[in-house]
Ligand binder design. Structure first.
Ligand code: HEM
Length: 403
């Protein structure tokens, strides 16, 4: 059989990655893509197994790219790239545990649950300000998740716009590919310098006046673990980056999916247990994770193929979440689906640190929005505006009419 199109960045694949992955899985669930020079893995069992395989390196994911950019641009990108020193996601054991363990406690469900009243207040305040025709991504989802992560870290909410801009510039630098435009290296370098300077100042303040916030916690944990200054500031940047756009993307794509399926009233009036179950389905159905990248450290055999040391693999999270051998009728949004063993938060040692926070934000924001505007409808139902990237699945804009 003729192999299917393997271009994950084609307009068709960006618009409908679920169908793109289905064609790949039906042809061969472990497929070498000559175009992207990667193995594309699309079956749930394989994706889950690879996430848990110690032979898969996360640290080597962008090490070649990083060396190249540093060699070409030297001091210009010193701070922007130096932040990556603190990214647990880009480290393998034992460095990974040294960066992750001290942060883990701060994201425990009991700690995160205390944020609920403030998240609800932010939701209501943002809903009060919405215009009858608006872009939910810019006017609700991004400001909400940005305010929450600022509050958690202990950063002044007035900084939320700077942090959003930094996250976008930084994302274009490290994950960008086709979303890169103009002089994206210079833009990321300028934002990286500003990020470094601001967070150095915040941390200096916390060292003389500790507070009950995550920055003070990180400062203490960093001292205990002898983190370098780059690792400390880099950890702040990892949490801001990981916690911001992903959760915003989840809320936006959930609204989109619910309106498309005519299910908004179901969620608006559900009890909190049912909302929790529905959020898991929304994570599975069209959640923010498309692929996660790994590099084989040694040779392995997978699905009858020999994978060589140094080769890259794309673990198709979205493909796994639509694997019909695990999920009945995967293309249907079933808000009551149980069990729901989706892989939207990954698995293994790099399993997401923020599921409690992401779930809580979605579980509070979605009913609040849908109760307030029960007649909301999509302004652009036939052409959703998805970001053209490999790793994430997110709506750049979500224009709606609220009445
Ligand atoms: C719906 C929202 C979210 C989704 C879908 C998501 C998804 C993921 C996924 C798939 C990974 C694993 C990446 C890999 O193995 O290559 C990951 C890692 C991570 N996530 Fe999330 N995430 C979300 C929200 C958050 C939030 C709110 C935070 C915290 C503020 C967070 C912090 C992290 C961190 C620190 C890691 C790296 C963990 C490690 O390397 O040990 N995420 N996330």
């Amino acid at each position: 059989m003729h192999p299917p199109d393997d271009n994950l960045l084609s307009p068709a694949a960006i618009a409908d990655p679920q169908s793109f992955f289905r064609r790949l899985r039906e042809h061969d669930p472990v497929l070498w893509s000559e175009r992207h020079k990667v193995w594309m893995v699309t079956a749930h069992a394989d994706v889950q197994r690879l996430f848990q395989d110690q032979n898969m390196s996360s640290g080597r994911m962008i090490s070649g790219f990083r060396k190249r950019i540093q060699a070409q641009h030297g001091p210009l990108v010193q701070h922007a790239m130096g932040l990556l020193d603190g990214w647990m996601l880009l480290n393998d054991p034992p460095a990974h545990g040294r960066l992750r363990d001290p942060v883990r406690k701060a994201f425990a469900p009991s700690v995160v649950a205390q944020l609920a009243p403030r998240i609800s207040q932010h939701c209501q305040a943002l809903l009060d300000q919405l215009d009858p025709s608006c872009d939910l991504v810019a006017d609700f989802c991004r400001p909400l998740t940005s305010l929450v992560i600022c509050e958690l870290l202990g950063v002044d909410p007035a900084e939320k716009d700077f942090l959003s801009d930094w996250a976008r510039a930084f994302g274009r630098l490290i994950y960008g590919t086709s979303s890169r435009d103009g002089d994206y290296i210079k833009a990321a370098a300028v934002m990286g310098d500003q990020f470094y300077e601001r967070f150095s100042r915040h941390l200096e303040q916390r060292s003389s006046e500790p507070r009950a916030d995550l920055l003070s916690h990180l400062l203490k944990a960093g001292n205990d673990e002898s983190w370098t200054h780059n690792e400390l500031i880099g950890t702040c940047s990892m949490l801001l980056f990981a916690g911001h756009d992903t959760t915003s993307a989840l809320i936006a794509s959930s609204v989109h999916a619910l309106l498309q399926a005519g299910e908004q009233a179901t969620l608006a009036h559900a009890d909190s247990a049912s909302v929790g179950i529905a959020v898991e389905e929304l994570l599975r159905f069209d959640g923010p994770s498309k692929t996660n990248i790994r590099v084989a450290q040694g040779a392995l055999e997978l699905g009858g193929h020999d994978i060589l040391p140094g080769q890259h693999l794309w673990l198709g999270v979205m493909a796994a979440n639509h694997d019909p051998s695990v999920f009945a009728a995967p293309q249907s949004l079933d808000l009551n689906r149980r069990p729901n063993p989706h892989l939207a938060f990954g698995a293994g040692i790099h399993f997401c640190l923020g599921p409690s926070l992401a779930r809580l934000e979605a579980a509070l924001a979605l009913p609040a929005l849908l109760q307030r505007f029960p007649r909301m409808r999509l302004a652009n139902p036939t052409a959703p505006d998805y970001s053209p990237t490999i790793v994430d699945r997110s709506l750049r804009t979500l224009p709606v009419h609220l009445f």
